[in-house]
Design a protein around this ligand. Structure first.
Ligand SMILES: [Cu+2]
Length: 193
């Protein structure tokens, strides 16, 4: 039944390496990008009203995802089976249930954007100049993102948002700002400062 598993496995391995190993070594200074990712601003949350919350959703099924991709890929039970995920992505170029919510929002310069991962997989909330592909070739291909967003090639360990954790960022000035997941590149949000 998992006819795509072999292909998916071989192409998803870079994801595992990126999420579990290589990313820890990617500490080049270019990584301190404009989204200023890693500064924790929990105190802002406590203040109330000054935080723009974004929820990162997915619907992975741990049993089939972990069997196909590798242990630890998904930590939530009973969602969409892996072969159905691949089939939906193949058919539609995206998978329903994998999204950022809200997909567009107003934010003030300097205001904290708190992106919380309520899913079962690792995601990123990466500021990009232009939406594009991410770090998993198969998912880029099936979602029609042939051109990789360069920001996704410069991720650090701090950019990977584990299930149940929060990633805080902010934007500086006026102008529309784009965020995407560098694993599932159809997960996108547009911020309007
Ligand atoms: Cu993702």
């Amino acid at each position: 039944m998992l006819r795509s598993t072999g292909l998916a496995l071989s192409l998803l391995i870079p994801l595992l390496l990126a999420a579990c190993g290589d990313s820890a070594r990617l500490t080049d200074p270019l990584a301190s990008r404009t989204d200023g990712a890693s500064a924790p601003t929990k105190s802002a949350s406590a203040g109330g009203g000054s935080v723009r919350s974004v929820i990162m959703h997915d619907v992975c099924d741990s049993a089939t995802f972990n069997a196909a991709v590798g242990p630890g890929t998904c930590v939530r039970p009973g969602g969409m089976k892996f072969d159905q995920f691949i089939a939906e992505l193949t058919r539609h170029g995206h998978v329903q249930g994998y999204d950022f919510s809200p997909p567009a929002f107003k934010v003030n310069p300097g205001q904290t954007i708190a992106a919380t991962n309520n899913g079962g997989e690792v995601h990123t909330f990466t500021r990009v100049a232009v939406f594009g592909g991410g770090i998993v070739p198969l998912l880029n291909q099936l979602s029609g993102n042939a051109v990789v967003a360069p920001e996704c090639t410069a991720l650090t360990a701090a950019d990977f948002v584990a299930p149940g954790t929060e990633f805080d960022t902010s934007v500086d000035g006026p102008g529309t700002v784009l965020f995407q997941c560098c694993i599932h590149p159809w997960m996108r949000a547009i911020a309007h400062p």
